[in-house]
Design a protein around this ligand. Structure first.
Ligand code: JFZ
Length: 315
C-alpha cells in the first residue's frame, strides 16, 4: 500500500513469459512424455546436469521478435510483461558475468534475449519485469532443489553449499538484472531453503531500483509488495494486500509440444473480469518455443481478448 504501486494497480493485466531451454525437449525426454509442467522437465526426468546442458546447443531462437511480442501484449490490453530471466534450471537468458550457463556463452544464438524485450515493451509504454529463481537452481553447485535438503539433488554435480551459490550466483545476477536490465518488477519464486539471513543480501539489492515492485516469494519473512495466488482466483480478493493471479492458458508454463488443453478465450476473459472486479491483477502466461515463437493458440486468444478490449474501450 504505497505509491510506487500506482501504475501496477491501474495496469490490471500483464503477460507472463516462461521461456528457456526446457522449450527444446518441450516435454519429451528419452522418447517419453514427462508429466507435469514443462519447465520442470529436468527435475521430473532427473536429467543429469551435463545432459541437460546439451539443450543449450539446440537453443537458437532465430525467429524471436521482441517487437512482435510486445505488440501482441499491447494489443491484448496488457500493460506489462514479466519474463523468466532465470528459471529453476539455472540458465540465464541474459549475458551474465557470474556464469557460463547463460545465453551468451552456452548457445549458438549468443545474443541477450531480455534487454531487447524490455526496450520493445517500454517503447510501447508497457512496464517490464523479470522473473528470477533465486533459490532453486538445478545446475550451479549448491543451488536449492525442491524436496531436497541442502546439498541434495539427483546428480553429483549438484553438491555444494547453498550459501556459496547465493553469494556466487544469485546475488551477483540479481545485481546484474537490477543495474543492467533495470526492471520495474522483480518476480522471485520458490523460496526453498531461504532464511532471513540468506534473503537479506537479496532484499538489500532492491534499493538499487527505486520504485521496484517485488512479489511475496523471496522468502526469509519478506512480504514484498504483492501476493501471488497461483492458478486460482481468491473468492473475495485479498484484504489489505495487492495481489496478482498468475495463470497458464493450457496446463504448462514452459512450452510443451503436446499440451493442447487450451482455455477458451471466453474463460480467460471471464477470469480477467472476475479478478479485476475483486481488485487484483491477471498475469497471463505464454510459453514460447525454442525457435522463439509464441504458440499460435496463445496468439489467437490474445488477439480475441484485444478485440473485446477495443469494443469496450480499454486498449
Ligand atoms: C512456481 C514455479 O515452480 C513454476 O515453474 C512456475 O514458474 C510458477 C509460476 O511458479 O510454481 C509454484 C509456485 C508457488 C505455488 C505453486 C507453484 N504456490 O504457492 O502454490
Amino acid at each position: 500500500s504505497s505509491d510506487h504501486l500506482e501504475w501496477w494497480r491501474d495496469a490490471k493485466f500483464g503477460m507472463f513469459i516462461h521461456w528457456g531451454l526446457y522449450a527444446v525437449p518441450a516435454g519429451v525426454y528419452e522418447g517419453k512424455q514427462i508429466e507435469g509442467i514443462g519447465e520442470w522437465i529436468m527435475q521430473r526426468g532427473k536429467i543429469p546436469v551435463a545432459e541437460y546442458q546439451g539443450y543449450a546447443k539446440g537453443f537458437n531462437p532465430v525467429k524471436y521478435n521482441p517487437e512482435a511480442w510486445a505488440e501482441l501484449a499491447k494489443n491484448a490490453g496488457m500493460k506489462y510483461i514479466v519474463i523468466t530471466a532465470k528459471h529453476h534450471d539455472g540458465f540465464a537468458l541474459f549475458p551474465s558475468d557470474a556464469t557460463e550457463w547463460d545465453i551468451a556463452d552456452a548457445t549458438p544464438y549468443k545474443k541477450d534475449l531480455i534487454t531487447p524485450l524490455a526496450e520493445a515493451a517500454r517503447h510501447r509504454g508497457l512496464k517490464f519485469g523479470t522473473y528470477y529463481s533465486q533459490a532453486q537452481d538445478w545446475t550451479h553447485p549448491g543451488g536449492a532443489k525442491a524436496g531436497s535438503k541442502e546439498g541434495g539433488g539427483w546428480d553429483d554435480a549438484h553438491k555444494g553449499s547453498f550459501d556459496e551459490y547465493l553469494k556466487k550466483i544469485a546475488v551477483p545476477q540479481t545485481r546484474e538484472i537490477l543495474t543492467r536490465i533495470k526492471p520495474d518488477i522483480l518476480w522471485w519464486d520458490t523460496p526453498h531453503l531461504m532464511t532471513p539471513e540468506r534473503a537479506k543480501p537479496l532484499h538489500d539489492l532492491i534499493a538499487l531500483r527505486p520504485g521496484l515492485i517485488t512479489n511475496n516469494r523471496l522468502g526469509g519473512g519478506y512480504k514484498g509488495d504483492t501476493e501471488t495466488p497461483e492458478q486460482h482466483i481468491p473468492a473475495t480478493g485479498i484484504e489489505g494486500r495487492d495481489w496478482e493471479t498468475c495463470m497458464t492458458m493450457n496446463d504448462t508454463w514452459g512450452y510443451k509440444s503436446y499440451d493442447d488443453n487450451w482455455k477458451s478465450t471466453e474463460v480467460i476473459l471471464r477470469n480477467l473480469i472476475d479478478i479485476v472486479s475483486k481488485g487484483g491483477n491477471y498475469l497471463l502466461n505464454v510459453g514460447p518455443t525454442a525457435e522463439g515463437e509464441i504458440p499460435e493458440p496463445s496468439i489467437q486468444r490474445l488477439q480475441q481478448l484485444g478485440d473485446w478490449m477495443k469494443l469496450n474501450g480499454s486498449a
